[in-house]
Design a binder for this molecule. Structure first.
Ligand code: FES
Length: 65
């Protein structure tokens, strides 16, 4: 599932980053580059991607809980 179009980041990579960093969005952005270009995917209503970063982090936290 695509989370960041600019940097081609998918949900699996976000989930791995959440395992290391919890919901620390800055650390997740640093590690994966998600959200570091146009910043659209930082907004929940971004329509360039299937699962914008805040929602991807939420889902990963739920799956890992
Ligand atoms: S879609 Fe993520 S930075 Fe552009």
């Amino acid at each position: 599932m695509l989370v960041c179009d600019c940097n081609d980041v998918h949900f699996d990579a976000i989930k791995e980053a959440v395992m290391k960093h919890g919901d620390n969005i800055d650390a997740i952005m640093d590690e994966t580059d998600a959200g570091t270009t146009c910043e659209c995917c930082l907004e929940e209503e971004c329509d360039k991607v299937e699962l914008p970063l805040p929602l991807a982090i939420k889902r990963a936290m739920e799956e890992l809980a």
